[in-house]
Design a protein around this ligand. Sequence first.
Ligand code: HEM
Length: 552
Amino acid sequence: MGNLTQPVVLAVTGEQSSAGKLLVSASVSAFILHQVFFKRVEVDFRPVSLGAGLGAAFIILVYCFGFLLALASSVSFLLSLWVNMLVYRLAFHPLKHFPGPVPAKLSKFWAVKKVLDSNYQWYKVALSLKAKYGDYVRTGPREILIFDPEAIAPVLGYSSKTLKGPFYDSMEDSVNTTRDKEFHRKRRKIWDNAMKTSLADYAPRIEDFTDKLIARIGRHADQAIVLNDLMIHYSYDVMSLLAYGKSMGFVEGKSTDVADSILKNIMDGVYAIGLLLHVPWLFTIVTTFAFAIGPLKQWNDWSRHEVDERREVKNPKPDLMTHLIASTPDDHAGRELLFSESRLIISAGSDTTATALTFLFVLLSLQEQSTTLANLRAELDTVFSKPSDDKEAFSCMRPLPMLDAVINEGLRLYPSVYFPSQRVTPAAGMTINGRYIPGDTIISIPAYALSHDPRCFEQPDEFIPERWTTRPELTINKTGFMPFMTGPYDCAGKKLAMMELRSVVARIVKDWDWRVIGEEGKKWDREAWFGGVKDHFIAGAPKARVVFEKRV
Ligand code: HEM
């Protein structure tokens, strides 16, 4: 009997030992792969190829060893990789001495959880991290969030050695999302030129759209309307005009079903962005599929069609796209860039301006701002009383002290972009304000935290436009004011944005009174409104129901 079973036992133990060897080799190869590859190479922007590579390896294992062994060795590989990663991040990472929550050091999913727990208020999470850990906080395996005003120039300034971070790889290439410094420099020149040479052409078109906005307010006078929608419609229409040569028809109520659907999908998508921007590799997967087959496909197809049509127009009115088309090679890469930048004009220029306008009108409606409003009206009455050919007459291109102060103060309290732009330190690392930051670290400075920092502004949480005019002592360090960011990657459309903001604020303030009201018969809950501002890349103002009345 013993002799009969011996070969079977030997075969089983032999199989067991080769299975054991396979599991050990899987876990050892994970260790080696982590040491030589994952630890050194940024893989955030290659999740799809990485997933495909792992899938292919799994199929080869199934072919060689059968399904069960392949599965067991894959689990062993992934477990080992995971353990290696966590041990490294916690105990051996060059950032190990930086303070921060322990789970944050292990995984970026900690930030995702915080976004969900805080109901999309990451900017508040960031402020509480600053209060607990100081000016330099480790918020991820290779991420440091910086609250030190002295860091602005070395991190974001023109002579900074940093490059853009992996978040930008999650989206299609454009002047905003490219991480190639040289490409950005050249492309940005084209954008700057398009802005500089044509602002005067854009001004009457902006004013024309402000007329349409005022007409819409007139049609709904004395009725409740949602301020956020009003401003979103205005800014989408103006940006669409500059990108495609025609508005999307929102302000006049002439939008198509496709335009409505695109806007709805974009508005719904902001929550996904607010969550996924913390995990660029996951964001890359989502954007890849959202544009190819998901909710953004319609947006993709529509914008391509519009750019193609726009290209065929003979002697178009000068707009941003005229300049971009003229300066972009008419080949596959050039056309892809134009498609993506047409969408950039809308995405960078619409929500930002609409958010700023929404906050401004809510802030100006507050009872304690009645003096500010009166001063602003006095300034506007003077300029609007001048004949239009007088150089002192109102023009959205020309700064006015009180008007610009009100706009700046709104942007300081609620900078439309809450996303702290990512930079990566050079391989040799860099020293910021006496503190060494190791190479290849992702660093970010949140504009919201800086503009609420008492080291930069006296009474930082108060809306005091006079800090920009008659009370300069309330501004301690102006570099903390960066709603348009700063340095070579700052907002390419800031002058245009200021023209829109001036145009809309001036025209409404001059001729209209308004008040924010609560839901059906309830009083407006001011605390809840300001306390409910969300952070999904852009600052998400809660819906504000407003009643406009014509001034007499
Ligand atoms: C109140 C309105 C606006 C605010 C607060 C604002 C703010 C910003 C900020 C903070 C950035 C940097 C984003 C980053 O770091 O990734 C940016 C970039 C940019 N903005 Fe604006 N923006 C506004 C309006 C506009 C408008 C109207 C346009 C016109 C198309 C525009 C076009 C751009 C572009 C093209 C970039 C990328 C620039 C580059 O990377 O070189 N923005 N903006």
